[in-house]
Ligand binder design. Structure first.
Ligand SMILES: *Cc1c(COP(=O)(O)O)cnc(C)c1O
Length: 391
């Protein structure tokens, strides 16, 4: 049998490999504490679950959904954007529900990229931007993100011929994995750059609702001109502890929404309607669950930061996102440190190199682990010392 070349180009998806190692360790009796994947441990709020239970009894919900979702769910998304960001969206032309943001991010590449085209992709980053680009037969031009530049791309460093040729740029703030945030001015610079070069600008805002110490991240769509050539991808996963239900959205430029709809209409048949009803409940119901979650993550963030300090690893205090991004000590690669931690303390962290070449030198610790596990893991970190490397 002959498999496609694109299949051969795929690196193992980082968390598939990590899940395998955790399962093997646990089977061998180890008490593994995981700061690995960003997958909220807190259950979906009860009113949202109740809505699923009632919606499941409604026979129309047993049939094929429409690819563009129920009109009511598109209205709920528009209503939420208006309330939260003061961004006005036409629910019929500027909103498209997704089977999770990951699905839309992967498929978006097919709207803008033909074989041989160029996409501007940050590094380190969520892997799907680059993989979607590759699936479309296009090339990623890597925009390195450096700590010295606040983990923002250096747009002036992109050669003019690359900028002129590029069809697409990906951004993601609050950022996974670095936890960096972007200001409205940062978005405005990217918009100006993309307008100048006729590039579609796609922003992934999956963590806009996880801001700490009173900080509330903005939407890219709050910035003038964004809707002329941009889409924002969002998700209910991290905001409402709904990773398992698979629902997100793309919002913004109507022509781009239409293009993504056309691709999706040929590949999927939408989101199960009972789950769309859950999203309506989440987006239009009381929002205190969001603040409650953030308070829990903020406590864990502070606990993890203090344990890292005892261990001697330095990290910025995250303003947002579910991650602490810690510097790896001299002499170690991020994968070596992660492997040592797993071997000697049964703690799982993600090596920064899983997010690209420029993630080397860092490890990512996710805060989506139950409090008592966080405490146990932190005590182990405090009791451990990083072995000095000989030679
Ligand atoms: C978790 C995550 C998503 C995925 O969201 P889903 O809606 O669960 O598919 C998208 N982008 C980033 C950066 C994420 O970390």
């Amino acid at each position: 049998m002959n498999f496609s070349e694109r299949l051969g180009k795929l690196a193992p998806y980082p968390f598939v490999e990590i899940s395998r190692i955790i399962a093997a360790k646990r089977a061998a009796g180890a008490d593994v504490v995981t700061f690995g994947i960003g997958d909220p441990d807190i259950p979906t709020p009860q009113p949202i679950i109740d809505r699923l239970l009632s919606a499941s009894q409604d026979p129309p919900n047993h049939r094929y959904p429409e690819t563009d979702g129920l009109p009511e769910v598109r209205r709920a998304i528009a209503h939420w954007y208006e309330n939260r960001f003061g961004v006005t969206l036409d629910p019929d032309t500027e909103v498209l529900p997704l089977i999770g943001a990951k699905e839309g991010i992967g498929h978006a590449a097919f709207c803008f990229l033909d074989p041989g085209d160029i996409a501007l992709v940050p590094d380190p980053a969520y892997p799907v931007y680059g993989v979607g680009t590759m699936f479309a037969g296009a090339e990623s031009y890597v925009m390195p993100l450096y700590e010295s530049n606040g983990w923002l791309p250096e747009l002036d460093a992109i050669p003019t011929d690359v900028a002129r040729a590029a069809k697409l740029m990906w951004l993601n703030y609050p950022n996974n994995p670095t936890s960096a945030v972007a200001t409205q001015e940062d978005f405005a610079s990217a918009i100006a750059f993309c307008r100048e070069n006729d590039i579609a600008l796609l922003h992934d805002a999956a963590y806009s609702e996880v801001g700490y110490d009173g900080y509330r991240p903005g939407s890219f769509l709050q910035v003038d001109g964004s809707k002329d050539m941009g889409l924002e991808f969002h998700s209910l996963s991290k905001t409402y502890n709904m990773t398992g239900w698979r629902i997100g959205m793309a919002v913004g430029n109507a022509d781009m929404i239409k293009a993504l709809f056309q691709i999706k209409a040929n590949l999927d048949s939408g989101i199960p309607q009972a789950i769309q009803e859950m999203a309506m409940e989440a987006l239009t119901g009381p929002q205190d669950c969001v603040d409650d979650n953030v308070a829990i993550y903020q406590r864990r963030r502070d606990r993890v930061l203090s344990a890292l300090k005892v261990l001697g690893l330095s990290a910025e205090v995250p303003k947002a996102s579910l991650y602490v991004w810690a510097r790896v000590p001299e002499g170690y690669s991020s994968a070596e440190l992660a492997a040592r931690l797993l071997k000697e303390t049964d703690i799982v962290v993600t090596p920064g190199s899983s997010y690209g070449t420029y993630g080397e030198g860092y490890i990512r610790l996710s805060l989506t682990t139950p409090d008592e596990q966080v405490e146990k893991g932190c005590q182990r970190l405090e009791a451990w010392s990083i072995p000095t490397k000989e030679g």
